[in-house]
Design a binder for this molecule. Structure first.
Ligand SMILES: [Zn+2]
Length: 410
């Protein structure tokens, strides 16, 4: 008797990813900001594919695409996102969505497979309007007032206008049904060089780092850049520059092996060539998987500020404006990915933290969650040249589908 069980199809995975790349193509990548025309077209593209996996498709009132089944048995939620950063890569997001679609196509119609995979594309993971608005809406963390206040960071368009133009205004938002899913699995490109550098094929994400952000403000005295002698200046810009250098001298001895810190924006007030800055501000970020490490670094940061203020001539104030919670990935999910990696990737996998944020950290607040990484060529991401070899894409997909099977089989 011929075997009619649905088979994993790597060529189909590549074809789907290329179909999504063709929507909003930019060089070898895409330009697909949240609620742009190509992004909306991509949401509909997915909604039209989901019935192939026996899933009923819905695009909800915040732009999440959800595919649900009436099949009995355990259900695993899987997905990622379909919008991109501006002029960015083709795989950041779509890879995880297409893997989830493939897993659903292979597992759901199979009478011998336990349970089903339900597919999600979370809206605005890339943060054009907020941060993780789609997945946070699903877990009940977004209010109508949050949506009222959200604006596109590039164009200023309100989210309400964007939703109306996308034909989604007035639709209900779908939220998680407690107990429906045994957990959430997401695949993503690594966006770093750990896998490529180690000749590895699969990253088993152990945790997603927390992000702590600080506004550090320097107060000096604004004055004339020509007539104010160097000895009497209270140059807030110079104090800021010294502070940045001091951070880089003090932090390395106190951080963990993967702690990273970044001064992403500096503003000088008033910021004119002939005026000594009277005030200066830096936005400073620390990322780590351990809250203890962050707590230690934050103490040092505040001590340094107190020292500088005591010495003069400028004062420094440190204000924490974002507190991150690292998300631990579920142990059984890590095990399932690792075992699938042994079966389909020759065991070339490694457990690692994710230095980037992902929807999985939001889903992890309400259900067990796991993440799988595939290699990024040159570690490049958030750029149109972002890429992964076809062979690695297919290997990752096969490992993903197998991990889904294992999780559903319990
Ligand atoms: Zn992403």
């Amino acid at each position: 008797m011929p075997d009619h069980r649905p088979q994993f199809d790597g060529a189909r995975v590549l074809a789907d990813l290329n179909a999504l790349r063709a929507i909003g193509a930019y060089k070898t990548g895409v330009h697909k900001p949240t609620f742009s025309e190509p992004h909306i077209r991509s949401l509909h593209w997915l909604a039209e594919r989901l019935p192939e996996a026996g899933l009923a498709a819905e695009i909800d009132g915040i732009g999440n695409v959800l595919g649900t089944t009436t099949k009995s048995g355990p259900k695993l939620l899987a997905g990622s996102h379909l919008e991109s950063q501006n002029f960015a890569g083709w795989l950041d997001g779509p890879l995880g969505v297409v893997y989830a679609l493939e897993a659903a196509r292979v597992i759901n119609p199979d009478p011998n497979a336990t349970g089903a995979v339900e597919v999600a594309a979370w809206c605005d993971e890339e943060g054009h309007f907020g941060h993780f608005l789609g997945s946070r809406s699903y877990v009940g963390g977004v209010t109508e007032a949050d949506i009222d206040a959200a604006r596109d960071r590039s164009s200023g368009r309100t989210m309400r206008d964007a939703l109306r133009e996308a034909g989604l205004a007035g639709r209900a938002r779908v939220t998680a049904e407690p107990g429906r899913h045994l957990g959430y699995l997401e695949a993503h490109i690594e966006q770093g060089r750990t896998l490529e550098g180690g000749g590895l094929k699969i990253g088993v994400v152990a945790s997603i780092v927390g992000i702590w952000q600080y506004r550090i403000r320097f107060e000096g005295e604004q004055n004339h850049a020509g007539t104010t002698s160097m000895e009497i200046r209270r140059d807030a810009g110079l104090a800021l520059a010294r502070f940045c250098v001091a951070i880089d001298e003090r932090f390395p001895a106190l951080g963990g092996p993967r702690t990273v810190w970044t001064t992403g924006r500096i503003t000088l007030d008033p910021g004119a060539p002939s005026i000594i800055p009277g005030a200066a501000e830096m936005l400073f970020q620390i990322r780590d998987e351990s809250p203890d490490v962050i707590a230690r670094l934050e103490t040092v940061l505040r001590d340094m500020a107190a020292e500088v203020s005591a010495q003069g001539p400028c004062t420094v104030a440190v204000e924490r404006i974002r507190t991150g919670t690292p998300a631990r990935m579920d142990a059984s999910f890590q095990q399932a990915i690792e075992t699938a990696g042994s079966a389909f990737a020759g065991g070339r996998s490694i457990r690692m933290p994710s230095g980037a944020g992902h929807d999985a950290q939001v889903l992890a607040t309400i259900m067990p969650a796991g993440m799988l990484f595939v290699p990024s060529i040159g570690g490049i991401s958030h750029h149109w040249s972002e890429n992964t070899s076809d062979a690695d894409i297919v290997t990752g997909a096969e490992v993903f589908v197998d991990a889904c099977r294992r999780l559903l089989a319990g």
